[in-house]
Write a protein of this length. Sequence first.
Length: 242
Amino acid sequence: MGLEDEGALVLFSGGQDSTVCLAWALQRFRAVETIGFSYGQRHAVELEVRPAIRTALCELNAGWAVALGDDHVVDLAALGQISETALTRETAIEMQDSGLPSTFVPGRNLIFLTFAAALACRRGIRHLVAGMCETDFSGYPDCRDDSIKAMQVALTLGMDRRFVVHTPLMWIDKAATFALAQEIGGDSLVNAIVERTHSCYLGDRSRRHPWGYGCGECPACQLRAAGFWRWQERCNNGHEKA
């Protein structure tokens, strides 16, 4: 049975990366569901933009509209309660003595994958799609390929069910992520990502930049902006379609 005959569950935050992953999954799987997590994040606005992104993707492609199924939002308030981080508290975003940024929420992606797998098990889904990446990232250890592969093994053993965790962005940078969006859905998808998605750690949607909304200064905004301008430069040099 090929992927086109199976279903997938996408970890969908409302950010750029997870939106590209959602489009990637809609292009490949017969049925696609989404899951998001409310954990007391400082940028909770990402949850608010999710419905509009799902609607926008359905409007872009009739086939995607047929494939896109239920959305699930899971309350993980306990994660925010035990996390003393700049993503769950009004504290400065800075590097720590550990070498990790203060935005690192210990165990976040591991917990997300565990809850996603539990839901997928109940829904009869074995494919999980997530936007983790260790090319352009903030150094989070739970974004690394080794961590994701280990989780795939743990989930499969712990639930006695074969899971496959797909990470389409693992080995590409943010510029290539914009290029992938262009390849999948053309200008319409890129425009939807710029206008609809949210990645800014401070939850700022008051400022519109060429690459999207955000404060323009936090690590998430800096990565997104740098990727956008690198992609534009590659387009201008004739390497990719603008």
